[in-house]
Design a protein around this ligand. Sequence first.
Ligand code: ZN
Ligand code: FE
Length: 248
Amino acid sequence: MTLTVHQFPCLSDNYGYLVRDDATGRTACIDTPDAAAILAELDRLGWTLDLVLNTHWHADHAGGNAEIKAATGCELLGPAEVPGRFPVDRVLSPGETVHLGETAMQVLESGGHTLGHIAYFAPSAGAAFVGDTLFALGCGRMFEGSPAQMWASLQRLAALPDATQIYCAHEYTASNARFALSVDADPAVKARAEAVFAARERGEPTVPSTLGEEKATNPFLRAPRLRPGLPPHEAFAALRAEKDVFRG
Ligand code: ZN
Ligand code: FE
């Protein structure tokens, strides 16, 4: 492991992530859902924060930027949609690579939930921080983007290695599992949903998952199979629309 990932719940259903390059001790925070919680975790771990890496402009992802910078002096990096809403020191564009010590983190375009959403993939650690694009057994709502954009973003993530750990920003998995069961009779979906319900009853997180698990059981990645006869992004759009009104 080249990267140590410290994951902790905050707000009502967000996950905070502090990631540390083992070789150099350089530390980044993925999104800033809750400044007080993040600063308390840094203090408890004895880690010094160097970077904030935002995925998108929503307040539960960038709302803590100012307070965390004031407390730590870290550098704030994020997509072009964040400045003007929350402070950013340097704008990141898809295709570039951020270096956290010796760990390279690729910036991936993942728009659709918001137009300018980005994700971070660290190949050496086999870890992807995907914000509100891909969730365990689900995906983000399309607040700003089109189904074609969101589908393309999900396909970009689906092209990563199957063993990639998918660190998403919310614990929505039990509700996602109820929807998945309603649209997909595959035994692998049933088995995973049962494991998810049991984990939540024990108070355990269901995040991270692996990309391989998501490709096998996430209804949105399986959209073309679940809604055959439609172009893939329309199959995706149909399922996303069903989930938007699903009450399970
Ligand atoms: Zn969001
Ligand atoms: Fe969010």
